[in-house]
Design a protein around this ligand. Sequence first.
Ligand code: ADP
Length: 218
Amino acid sequence: MIERQQVIVIGLGVFGATIATELTRLGHDVLGIDISDQKVDRLAEQITHAVIADVTDAATLEELNAGDYDMAVVAIGRNVEATILATMQLRELGVEKVWAKALTNQHHNILTKLGATRVIGPEFEMGMRVAQELNYLMVNNYISLGNDEFVVEVIVSERLSGTTIGELTESAEISILVVKRDRDISKDPGSSYPLRTGDQLVMSGALSELRKLANHIL
Ligand code: ADP
């Protein structure tokens, strides 16, 4: 099991609150800080400790013994000045891992210079992930069946041309339901059926298996 870590999360908006509650749930010791009493009250029961404080006040982090923590997440976002001051102070107090949320590239560069060990651009990172996942699956169309099961339609790429249905189903636990080639529709094609560029494949399986397949064929 991963060792219990002492973590500070500054800023308890959607991003920070999610990090703080999830880390608490995973068994870590989390101190959440926010300037807003509403945000702190809402989370008080769900994280190890929650305090109302303004981190632009120079004494705040020192008084909270921030230097004793293993890592900190600065999730303030829009308040750039507070993000900068908190990141700087946490490093000065000796916190080894300081992750900070940035909204722009310039903000990203400043935080890196100030010693943030990782700068997170949530919107950018999520956008990249979604694009990569979509690209991976080469999905033309999909239906969610619930429980992470999907029916997806993909177009066979040039790279996949010549591969048989059997080779695909060996690499992941999926079922190929239909192959559409021009106007022909082959239902339940046999394992020796060879694929051609441009074929439309309709298959079903769990998302994890579909990902496995995508990794195999890319
Ligand atoms: P998101 O919801 O996208 O995570 P927000 O900008 O709503 O982002 O959240 C930032 C949080 O940081 C807010 O809850 C805000 O009250 C808090 N915050 C802003 N300035 C300070 C500060 N100086 N000290 C402590 N918390 C702050």
